[in-house]
Design a protein around this ligand. Sequence first.
Ligand code: NI
Length: 135
Amino acid sequence: MRIAVFRKAHFNAAHRLHNPSWSDAKNDEVFGLCNNPSYHGHNYELEVKVVGEVDPETGYLIDLKILKDIIKEEVEQRFDHKNLNIDTEEFKTLNPTAENICFVIWKLLRAKLDEKYDLSVRLFETPRNFVEYPA
Ligand code: NI
């Protein structure tokens, strides 16, 4: 039986959308309030979807404790209560848009998850704005 299992998580983080190769005027024009030099914060909500075959012996697709711990170690401990631009290696040079954060999280989780599972990640930057990888 092929099935999907979901785990939700959240983290709070600050960021600034900025392209250093552009002028201040162009950054302001493109990113607006998100370019605020003093940064701003979001309550990010994460939905992680794991798809695969149920193990007939356990009845599990994946032990949710294991998935919970992977998300905690790879995402929450890395990004929660951080300034993404300043405090994290991942976004020192990569613009921390919801798109890029979602993809980075997918890569971090993918590296820790058994290859037999399919993985997708949905990241809510606000209750109404969210992105998903893979598309
Ligand atoms: Ni923002």
